[in-house]
Design a protein around this ligand. Structure first.
Ligand code: HEC
Length: 138
């Protein structure tokens, strides 16, 4: 007897993708641990990475990041020289667990104003006269 299971996501079922990560990995770990292990063990492919980075229809890192002058978004930091700033483990963590360590200037803040408004956003500048967030000026 055979059972057919259909899953959303098309031809590559989630457990098939996991199976590809099984080379030399420690069994019984979470999918996140497996991805981290895979990324740390393998050298990576700069060309494939670049394609993914600039593919606005896919992962599209360029939707939030610039590298030098490539890209226009300033939602995330400019990633030029980021490989010299962090080791591989830290870079892998930034991609797999984006909120584990927030780059300076990118911590979201909540501001309660004296007139009872609550603003949330990223601090763009702060002076004695006021605080400017990407949500507005408080
Ligand atoms: C939805 C917007 C968004 C997308 C898409 C995005 N990022 Fe980010 N990224 C951010 C923001 C915001 C930060 C700063 C906050 C933080 O450090 O987590 C950041 C931080 C980073 C950092 C740390 C930079 C530093 O100087 O500390 C790296 C590395 C990074 N992202 C890589 C990537 C890669 C690679 C991709 C694509 C696979 C990607 N990001 C996709 C928004 C994004």
């Amino acid at each position: 007897m055979s059972a057919q299971v259909s899953r959303p996501g098309g031809a590559i079922a989630p457990d098939r993708r996991d199976a590809e990560l099984e080379v030399g990995e420690t069994p019984g770990r979470s999918p996140l641990d497996r991805l981290r292990e895979f990324a740390l063990r393998n050298p990576g492919d700069p060309r494939a990475g670049e394609r993914l980075f600039f593919d606005a229809k896919g992962v599209g890192c360029v939707k939030c990041h610039q590298v030098d002058r490539q890209g226009t978004s300033s939602i995330g930091p400019n990633l030029a020289g980021v490989a010299a700033k962090y080791d591989k483990a830290e870079l892998v963590r930034s991609v797999l667990e984006p909120s584990a360590r927030i780059a300076t200037g990118y911590q979201p803040v909540l501001i309660a104003t004296t007139n009872g408004q609550v603003l949330t956003g990223l601090v763009r500048s702060e002076t004695d006269a006021g605080v400017e967030t990407d949500a507005g000026v408080a």
